[in-house]
Design a protein. Structure first.
Length: 246
């Protein structure tokens, strides 16, 4: 009975500490929100595209254009904006608030990563750092594909760490998928491919399990690119040609 009470108290402690760091992240990200949310030409363009798709029952097949070269990113970014516009019933600030909530949610995987590696103490420290990090707080009121990279990357890292620490290789699918999402959002995340390689190679799995990890993480990564692949198949491979040209 005593052991059960101790276990319940420990669970309550880490849940309350997680709730605390999320509350801190929520406070700083929504502080003075009316004077901080960003509405420039890119944000306006993307919100209008998503609203047009939502109003006409059309899902964009490709994402926003790159300013660096003659290619576009994946459509997941537009789809997320559409879902946020849908659940906010057309409220102008809906997508911006939705992106800010996603920014707040990045506190959770960092807390869980710390707890998984070093216990609740490290989890609390990592959660606090994520909650007050200047980049996260400053960019939270923005609605842009580069901003959302941090959200998908944080969850991708968590699932990869969970796969290694819990020795459950099937978490690799989600890890690969979220890292692939980051690359779909913006090519600044291409370097995260090294993170996938490290997760496959640097662990205590047997060689056969390393191979399975590679297959599963690769499958998750591939699934994130399926919309772009379908678009390319139907459009004479114009996307991959534009990337190669770049």
């Amino acid at each position: 009975m005593l052991l059960t009470e101790v276990k319940i108290n420990k669970i309550s402690l880490w849940i309350w500490s997680l709730a605390g760091v999320v509350a801190i992240g929520l406070f700083f990200r929504f502080l003075n929100y009316n004077n901080r949310w960003i509405f420039n030409q890119d944000q306006a363009r993307d919100a209008i595209i998503a609203w047009y798709g939502l109003s006409n029952g059309v899902w964009p097949e490709i994402g926003s254009p790159s300013s660096a070269g003659p290619f576009n990113f994946g459509p997941w970014y537009f789809w997320i904006i559409m879902m946020m516009e849908k659940i906010s019933f057309g409220w102008l600030l809906g997508p911006w608030v939705g992106f800010t909530i996603l920014s707040v949610s990045t506190v959770i995987p960092y807390y869980l990563i710390g707890r998984k590696i070093g216990g609740s103490g490290l989890g609390f420290i990592m959660g606090i750092i994520a909650a007050v990090a200047t980049g996260g707080v400053e960019n939270a009121p923005d609605m842009l594909n580069t901003v959302i990279v941090g959200w998908s990357t944080a969850w991708g890292m968590y699932f990869l760490v969970k796969m290694i620490e819990d020795r459950i290789i099937f978490w690799g699918i989600l890890g690969g998928f979220f890292i692939g999402l980051s690359m779909n959002f913006h090519f600044q995340a291409l370097g995260l491919g090294a993170l996938l390689a490290m997760a496959i190679l640097i662990n205590n799995f047997k060689l056969a399990d390393k191979f399975r990890v590679g297959i599963l993480t690769g499958t998750g990564w591939f699934l994130s690119f399926v919309p772009l692949i379908i678009f390319d198949i139907n459009n004479n491979w114009v996307w991959i040609k534009s990337v190669i040209e770049y």
